[in-house]
Design a protein around this ligand. Structure first.
Ligand code: ADP
Length: 293
């Protein structure tokens, strides 16, 4: 079993703290790193992928600091960055063969196996320029898996995918868990809802929560409400509470929000979803003065 320890990691760019005192210990399975744009997800992933270094704190792989010997992790790391460049004129098979040899891997057998894993066997001899967004992302995953990594890092892999591709990609990622660590970043709750055994919520460089989905849900239990209000009350509610959804219907605006007590007289308590939990956690963190960086 592998072990990744992130100890009080902070990262500063000029005057901006992109990460503030983030600590996480991960030993297996799919972990979702969830947060809005600018939360610091890519910054953290680049540090874990040994591309960047923390300003403060440290990261340990199998009990030893990354800075001592970054190659030890690199040998067993798979990384799909947000901007992943493909060679459009190559076929998937040619491209993956090229990357394997660049990494010094004798991967012919593994390559065929990987093409099946990412469901690209039939398209493997087509040029990459003819691929859809989802197919390109699957090539990206295949290249990250060439060395059969113990730590697989995928940064916002579902951006730009249509709903069907996104669903297919999610199920692929959940299959890749098992004994390895898969760290997946996203700003979309449903990306991690089904796939991740554990979710870490990052906002403004701060870790707001970390635990299994049930634990995140428990944090907003009894605080999610639905109400029907006159449409002109919506702006006021939005300014006071995190609103998960609002829909205009014939009888008024149907609004769903997170609040400690009933936000209106006719509000009805409902079971929280992970989306509600995420909104609630972000709100709690910001009220605690966590935005300072
Ligand atoms: P996310 O991946 O969650 O969208 P990022 O890690 O990309 O967030 O960015 C976190 C913050 O750090 C943002 O405010 C971003 O503008 C800033 N940032 C990221 N990389 C750099 C950089 N190389 N130089 C300066 N600021 C950066």
């Amino acid at each position: 079993m592998s072990r990744l320890e992130i100890e009080s990691v902070s990262k500063r760019y000029g005057d901006l703290w992109a990460l503030r005192d983030v600590s996480l210990e991960i030993d297996r399975g799919v972990v979702g790193l969830l947060g809005p744009n600018g939360a610091g997800k890519s910054t953290l992933m680049r540090i874990l992928a040994t591309i960047s270094r923390p300003t403060e704190g440290r990261v340990l792989w199998e009990g030893r600091p990354l800075t001592d010997d970054p190659d030890r992790l690199r040998r067993t790391l798979g990384y799909l960055p947000q901007e992943f460049g493909l060679y459009p004129r190559l076929t998937a098979r040619e491209f993956l063969r090229y990357l394997a040899s660049a990494k010094g891997l004798d991967a012919d057998e593994r390559l065929e196996q990987l093409l099946s894993v990412v469901n690209l066997r039939e398209a493997a001899d087509r040029k990459l320029e003819t691929y859809s967004g989802g197919m390109r992302q699957r090539v990206g995953i295949a290249q990250a898996l060439l060395n059969d990594p113990d730590l697989l890092i995928v940064d916002e892999p579902t951006v730009g995918l249509d709903p069907e591709e996104r669903a297919r990609f999610r199920s692929l990622l959940s299959e890749l868990g098992g004994d390895r660590i898969v760290l997946l970043s996203t700003h979309i709750v449903s990306d991690v809802e089904a796939t991740a055994q554990r979710i870490a919520v990052l906002d403004d460089g701060h870790l707001r929560a970390d635990g299994p989905p049930e634990e995140l849900l428990a944090a907003v239990e009894g605080r999610v409400w639905e109400a029907v209000v006159a449409a002109d009350r919506l702006p006021d509610l939005r300014s006071r509470y995190p609103v998960a959804s609002a829909a205009h219907r014939a009888d008024g605006a149907h609004v769903r929000l997170v609040a400690d007590g009933p936000p209106t007289e006719n509000a009805r308590q409902v079971d929280p979803s992970l989306e509600d939990a995420y909104l609630g956690l972000m709100q709690d963190g910001r009220e605690d003065g966590g935005e300072g960086r």
